[in-house]
Ligand binder design. Structure first.
Ligand SMILES: [Zn+2]
Length: 94
């Protein structure tokens, strides 16, 4: 399985900007990512963000969904998965 949610593309998770070349061998050598709590399984969840009419480019209040990968053990998103710092602190590990 090789799945990246919409708001976290592979380029952001790699160092540098090379297109990812993932083979079965590469996957075998890769370590399993762990949450700060030690959790290794994650579930995709969704929050909905609301942009006030004052900030919205359309001049109207806008709502948009955002995918989160949440740790099954602690229920939070590991900070490393949010390099652009778009996820509210309350959902992230410290
Ligand atoms: Zn966790």
């Amino acid at each position: 399985m090789y799945q990246i949610s919409k708001n976290m593309n592979i380029n952001q998770m790699n160092v540098g900007n090379q297109p990812p070349r993932i083979t079965a061998e590469t996957v075998k050598q890769a370590k399993v990512f762990e949450c700060t709590c030690g959790g290794k399984m994650f579930s995709e969840k969704m929050i909905i963000k609301k942009l006030s009419s004052l900030l919205s480019p359309t001049g109207r209040e806008e709502m948009f969904p955002m995918n989160l990968l949440v740790c099954d053990s602690c229920g939070l998103v590991p900070k490393e998965l949010d390099p652009d710092n778009m996820i509210p602190e309350e959902f992230k590990t410290k």
